[in-house]
Design a protein around this ligand. Structure first.
Ligand code: PEP
Ligand code: MG
Length: 903
């Protein structure tokens, strides 16, 4: 017989905290607390395996379950000296969900199971408290009808209003009619009548009687908790948190203890340290004469646990410390015991029944980024944990919150959401919406804060994107143009908010039935991907010395280097401040997008639209000084550190002039007419530009473009060397598909190198030559590529695009459907697909090393800043990851954690 049930309690405990996979977090910790001798009411956990079998059997319990439940119930009865369904001395139980990792509020709970017409009189007699019994009964009816009879049965409410809402309305009407302020004011007679009316309403609406036998209630509740694993809320939470569907939930059945048995009873929740600041203070809330749900439901303002927890809203209310000092003392002792045992901040739930304290839950408490940092550092200083544990205590993803201004979470709770999209650029920002880059620039110049809202962005929008406080697009994925650029700048950005319908002509925007005009104010939470319709407060999260110290300790464990993707001296400096150890990707084309790039962009266009080699060489020689200067500036900032200079990559049509005015300027410069400009532009257009004339292919067709760029690199280096500096360029060829391309370009590089040495009278310039790995084909022939390449850099944006055959700019239209249907567990442009893209990487690593054992290996796709992908890169043996400046600390921490876990 498969064992599905694990008991816990003062007499017998089967599980422990190590069995989260089988018992869920709640069950495992209840078992652990019971083993520690804490006052845990007896109960049992039904395993997650049972949940999975239940689904395999199409919603039937496995054969032996009922017998196992009966046996375990008998043990609870014996320990409590009560009987489930016993008319004289009835035992009631709670039935709660509990997944492997906490999914707060996403699944269901049913309390007071076992109350029915047979047991009500007995409980009244025993407690001498008729009001309490009918209050417990109405709570059971409300929860059970909602969870078991409606949601689990997938009943769609007729009027859109579920049974629970209907019952809640009946209760609040009663309170209004009779002038009751609080639930506790309702008379016993009214409460009893309300229960009868509830049951009638259930029969009417759900066409079924409320069950009156304890055993039926219990099995119904267990099944409904299992089913809540597949409830709407739970499923969407799992998608967001990447929790596998196959985990299932456990069910915890436990003897009820009551916090609502009068004024010597109470219930509360507490954190062993302050979850918002991390301060080493016992922090919590409690309510006298209440059940647990009342504390979280926000109907009554909860009392502060102690003096430390008093604030402006609750300072007038008695603390537990004041009202029940002895019990508070007992709870404070449990706090120390739990912290010493778990060596981490715990979130606990407790109930006091007639002067006796019971522990109902403990788990590692959720915390803000600031609190996580402070607690980890404090616990290290208190010698509770060692350095490695401290480094692993901080989730790299939350570092974003420490480094960017963020939307005030308190205000966000009450704000109205306009739309949702992908969280492309972190932090928060507010501003007036505008729909074109030109307007963004204009408004910003007039000192207005703007949010640039576009269908999608393209390089022409760059000035407006710079000028805007945040960027919002209706289309595009995590590696679309807007996302890449915004993240590079650390700018708040949401992409792919498909609900936005932009009407450029009328300068307005529709979302469903709502209409917004240019100038209306939005707030964006770029960390979550949510858009709000008014100005929300921001919280500043500036650098703090504790964070620096934390990162310095993390760095001592890290073995992989962290570089940055940067293409301006400013971004390079920002990245250095964040701890970057070089540049892993300098996208040369970006020097034609940024501020003050009008002239170089113009010359680039002139070059692109040249027809003859002479025309093109003339344009290139005009362009040369700009390119050399820009490259030199960044190399100077990154003195002594490696800088990977990538040769021009994007398809040329991205740069062709759009407006009449810029077309005319080019026509004048080339001494041709505007029709000819249009004709030449048309010739550059491609059906599939992403797999068109880009990357190394441009250098094969127009070697003079490559020559100009490489000469610029070497001459900039030569001048820096003569100036006493030590530049370390690495010339990188993009979008290669075979080794002959590398041989072709290498000849140009060697020529330019010799030329520069001669021109400046130098002996040598230290440089490397290598390639990006972006096309599956070259990953498979990496041994041949390594004949020419001294380094590989995995361009996982394109490698993902080409491996999946998903266009990186168009995934917005279908990715959500893939995630919702669990066809993919995550967006592969965000988190590296280890199965296939990862396998191409490890293949390329192996084959590259066969030819060149000391080949330098890095990654410069967006995945270089994604913690899970960084862990993969560590395991694959890469020497560095490269990511946008604001992600450098995230990558540093993820790499340190990977090294610690590896050791
Ligand atoms: C890549 O493809 O991963 C890459 C870094 O290059 P880009 O994003 O510029 O195509
Ligand atoms: Mg690429």
């Amino acid at each position: 017989m498969t064992k599905y049930i694990y008991e816990f309690g003062p007499k017998k405990t089967d599980g422990d905290a190590g069995q989260k996979n089988r018992l869920g977090g709640k069950g495992a910790n209840l078992a652990e607390m019971a083993k520690l001798g804490l006052p845990v009411p007896p109960g049992f956990t039904i395993s997650t395996d049972c949940c999975n079998h239940y689904f395999d059997l199409n919603g039937q319990f496995p054969d032996s379950l009922e017998a196992q439940v009966s046996a375990a119930m008998a043990n609870i009865e014996a320990q409590m000296g009560m009987g489930f369904g016993d008319p004289d001395n009835p035992l009631l139980v709670s039935c709660r969900s509990g997944a492997r990792s906490s999914m707060p509020g996403m699944m269901e709970t049913i309390l007071n199971v076992g109350l029915c017409s047979a047991t009500i009189p007995g409980l009244i007699k025993k407690t001498g408290n008729e009001w309490f019994v009918y209050d417990a009964y109405r709570r059971l009816i409300m929860m059970y009808s909602d969870v078991v009879m409606e949601k689990a049965e997938q009943v769609v409410p007729k009027d859109g209003m579920g049974i629970r809402l209907n019952l809640e309305m009946m209760m609040s009407n009663l309170k209004n009619d009779k002038g009751y302020d609080n639930d506790t004011d309702i008379s016993t007679k009214d409460m009893k009548a309300l229960c009868d009316r509830f049951k009638k309403k259930i029969q009417e609406d759900l066409d079924e009687a409320f069950p009156d036998d304890p055993k039926g209630q219990l099995m119904g509740a267990i099944g409904a908790v299992f089913k809540s694993w597949n409830g709407k809320r739970a499923v969407s939470y799992r998608r967001i948190e990447h929790i596998p569907d196959a985990w299932g939930t456990a069910v915890n059945v436990q003897a009820m203890v009551f916090g609502n048995m009068g004024d010597t009873s109470a219930t509360g929740v507490a954190f062993t340290r302050d979850p918002a600041t991390g301060d080493n203070k016992f922090y919590g809330e409690w309510l006298i004469n209440a059940q647990g749900e009342d504390v979280v439901a926000g109907i009554r303002t909860p009392n502060p646990l102690n003096t430390d927890t008093k604030n402006t809203q609750n300072h007038h209310l008695a603390s537990l410390e004041e009202a029940m000092p002895e019990l508070y003392g007992q709870l404070a002792d449990i706090r120390s015991l739990l912290e010493n045992h778990y060596k981490d901040m715990q979130d606990i739930e407790f109930t006091i029944q007639e002067g006796r304290l019971y522990m109902l839950q403990c788990r590692v408490g959720k915390r803000t980024a600031t609190a996580a940092l402070n607690m980890a550092m404090d616990m290290l200083e208190q010698k509770m944990i060692d350095e490695k544990t401290m480094v692993c205590r901080m989730d790299p993803k939350v570092l974003d919150d420490l480094l960017h201004p963020v939307v005030d979470p308190a205000e966000e709770k009450t704000a109205v959401q306009v739309a949702e999209g992908l969280p492309a650029g972190p932090g928060g920002a507010w501003g007036q919406i505008v729909f074109t880059a030109e307007e963004a620039v204009k408004w910003a110049k007039a000192d207005k804060k703007v949010i640039l809202v576009r269908e999608e962005t393209n390089p022409e929008d760059i000035e407006g994107m710079r000028a805007a406080a945040a960027i919002l697009t209706a289309r595009g994925g995590m590696t679309s143009h807007a996302a890449l650029v915004a993240r590079g700048w650390g700018k708040c950005c949401i992409v792919g908010a498909g609900a936005l319908k932009i009407n450029l002509a009328d300068k307005e925007l529709r979302v469903g039935t709502r209409l917004f005009k240019e100038g209306d104010i939005f707030t964006l939470n770029g960390t979550k991907g949510v858009v709000y319709d008014r100005r929300l407060k921001m919280k500043d999260a500036s650098e703090n010395p504790r964070f620096q110290k934390f990162m310095a300790i993390a760095d001592t464990y890290r073995t992989m280097k962290v570089r940055t993707n940067a293409d301006t001296p400013e971004d390079a400096r920002t990245a250095l401040d964040f701890g970057a150890q070089g540049i892993g990707l300098f996208r040369t084309e970006h020097m034609f997008y940024g501020t003050d790039s009008d002239r170089p962009l113009f010359l680039l266009r002139k070059m692109i639209l040249s027809k003859t080699k002479t025309e093109r060489e003339n344009a290139l020689s005009e362009l040369f000084p700009f390119v050399k200067e820009e490259i030199g500036k960044t190399l100077a900032v990154m003195d002594k550190l490696p800088v990977t200079m990538r040769l021009l990559d994007p398809p040329l049509h991205e740069f062709i002039p759009q407006g009449r005015k810029s077309q005319q300027e080019i026509a004048d410069a080339l001494m041709i007419d505007i029709e000819e400009v249009e004709k030449r532009s048309d010739l550059l257009k491609e059906s599939n530009p992403m797999i068109g004339h880009r990357g190394v292919r441009l250098g094969i067709t127009y070697p003079e473009i490559t020559k100009m760029q490489v000469t610029a690199v070497f001459e900039a280096c030569a001048e820096l060397i003569l100036d006493g500096k030590d530049p370390r360029p690495e010339i990188m060829v993009p979008v290669t598909c075979n080794e002959k391309e590398l041989a072709f370009i290498r000849d140009i590089v060697l020529d330019c190198y010799e030329g520069a040495l001669e021109k400046y009278g130098l002996e040598a310039i230290a440089y490397m030559y290598g390639t990006m790995i972006e096309i599956p084909r070259v990953a498979l022939i990496a041994d041949k590529m390594a004949d020419y390449a001294q380094f590989f850099s995995f361009g996982t944006n394109d490698l993902t695009q080409m491996t999946f055959g998903f266009s990186r700019d168009d995934i917005g239209s279908f990715m959500n459907d893939y995630i919702d249907n669990a066809i993919l567990n995550f967006d592969p442009f965000e988190t590296l697909d280890q199965e296939a893209v990862g396998s191409l990487i490890t293949t390329a690593v192996d084959r590259g090393r066969q030819t060149r054992p000391d080949i330098k290996l890095g990654i410069c796709g967006e995945h270089g800043g994604d913690p899970a992908s960084v862990v993969f890169c560590h395991k694959a043996g890469l020497s560095y990851v490269s990511c946008s400046p604001y992600r450098v600390p995230i990558a540093r921490l993820a790499a340190a954690q990977a090294a610690i876990e590896d050791a």
